[in-house]
Write a protein that binds this ligand. Structure first.
Ligand code: ATP
Length: 429
């Protein structure tokens, strides 16, 4: 059913839904467009509308081949809509869900494209703040890139800020998608360009392996890992590419590469990636799932504006996928920011858990096994001594009491009444 949006656009059919609204296929004066109609509750928020007007110029002036262009921003009665360039293709999440990890060549080519888009945005002073596979469109109408990889475009620029800032971004809350959140956001710092680099490196990791480096399990566990854990290495990757991923996932924002540098460094890697196969994730239980502790429930508070907290698209579990109902990924969530003490306690807890769970060196592993064996022997010895003592005491008692001999089966009865009855009845026999 066709519907008018403002005086210039008509939308025909829904092509996608996200947390902020519905995306429609539409028609404008210059041809086909994609129109994102924001949710009603957002569209009626006066602060958001003000922000919408404020951001209009910045978002519309971001013009780059690796960014999905915002053509117009429309306010019409109850409708608040972003009119975008229509991309003939699919988002990267759908591609990943359908086909699994990409070959290293395709993954790096796609991420280099997105880094180009980010470089343009950062140069214009715009931080995306919600880089994730859902927000990368694969442009299937464009000629393919290196190794036949589709060209990529980053979309949803400024949406996280636009939609979330007016009502929810207080000092105590975190806005974003947990798997891709840079540690400084969790620690309460103002998100700068480096948060996009961290998120993009997380996406690269996910394209290569099929899972995010710190995702999986309870949201609190995910946040803690971002702050305290080191990146699990990807086997079989050229060192140069592993180094790039490590630098971009550095905990300190200043240590990360800038977007333009990242794009260049990734393209330098392309010759070394030709012919490398896509990663096949092993099956089994994810070690990170075992690291989740009950204390992490303090993070569970979620701002439940309609649609702001969605769980979907299956598990994003570190190392191997685990079909746990708790391991689906939150997308675009508003969370309570943990206090410094909570983070510190999670850090300490994390180290302790790591000592327990991480593969130990042969020496430490052997020593722990020895200590465990000794403890087991001590417990067994104590049980044997106790039983021997009890048996001796019983034989002494049995020898000195004829009444007990008469009701010999009674002391072993599981019925306390039977036991009492046997002993009290014996003298009458
Ligand atoms: N410019 C576009 N051209 C073509 N399809 C688009 C365009 N923008 C979005 N879509 C489609 O609409 C779907 C929903 O997009 P939307 O941006 O609303 O949500 P999302 O990014 O998937 O999730 P969230 O908003 O929760 O982060 C996308 O998955 C994509 O398939």
């Amino acid at each position: 059913m066709a519907r008018k949006i403002g005086s210039r656009y008509t939308v025909h059919q829904v092509i996608g839904r996200g947390s902020a609204g519905t995306v429609w296929l539409g028609e404008g004066p210059d041809g086909p467009v994609a129109v994102k109609l924001l949710r009603e509750d957002l569209a009626s928020d006066q602060v958001l509308v003000g922000r919408f007007i404020q951001e209009r110029t910045a978002l519309m002036s971001l013009d780059h081949p690796r960014v999905v262009g915002v053509r117009d921003m429309v306010m019409d009665g109850d409708d608040l809509a972003l009119v975008m360039e229509l991309v003939q293709g699919a988002d990267l999440r759908s591609r990943l869900d359908r086909d699994g990890p990409l070959t290293p060549l395709a993954a790096v080519s796609v991420i280099a494209d997105v880094a180009d888009g980010l470089a343009a945005a950062h140069a214009a002073g715009i931080v995306h703040r919600d880089v994730k596979p859902e927000n990368v469109m694969l442009d299937l109408a464009a000629p393919a890139g290196p190794g036949g990889a589709p060209r990529a475009k980053l979309t949803d620029f400024g949406i996280a800020r636009l939609v979330d800032a007016p009502r929810r971004t207080r000092a105590t809350r975190i806005i974003g998608t947990p798997d891709y959140l840079a540690p400084e956001i969790i620690e309460g710092l103002e998100p700068r360009a480096a948060v996009d680099i961290y998120a993009l490196a997380t996406v690269l990791y996910e394209l290569l392996t099929g899972f995010t480096p710190f995702g999986g399990g309870h949201t609190g566990a995910v946040l803690r890992r971002h702050v305290t854990e080191t990146v699990p290495p990807i086997p079989g990757l050229p060192d140069g590419l592993s180094r790039i991923i490590g630098e971009c996932l550095a905990k300190a924002p200043a240590s990360r590469l800038r977007a333009a540098e990242l794009a260049d460094r990734l393209r330098e890697q392309l010759p070394y990636l030709a012919g490398l196969p896509a990663h096949v994730p092993p099956q089994g239980k994810a070690p990170a799932e075992e690291l989740i502790t009950p204390g992490e429930a303090v993070y569970a508070e979620v701002d439940a504006g309609p649609g702001t907290h969605r769980r979907r698209r299956g598990p994003a579990v570190p190392l191997v996928p685990a079909p746990s109902p708790d391991s689906t990924r939150d997308t675009h969530t508003s969370l309570r920011r943990p206090s410094a003490q909570e983070l510190a306690s999670y850090a300490a807890e994390s180290q302790a858990q790591r000592r327990e769970a991480a593969p130990a060196s042969g020496h430490r592993k052997g020593r722990r096994a020895l200590v465990r064996r000794r403890r087991l022997y001590a417990v067994l010895l104590a049980v044997v001594l106790l039983l021997a003592g009890a048996a001796a005491a019983y034989s002494a008692f049995a020898a000195s009491s004829p009444g007990t001999r008469a009701g010999a089966s009674a002391p072993w009865s599981t019925d306390p009444g039977a036991d009492t009855h046997a002993r009290s009845a014996a003298p009458n026999h």
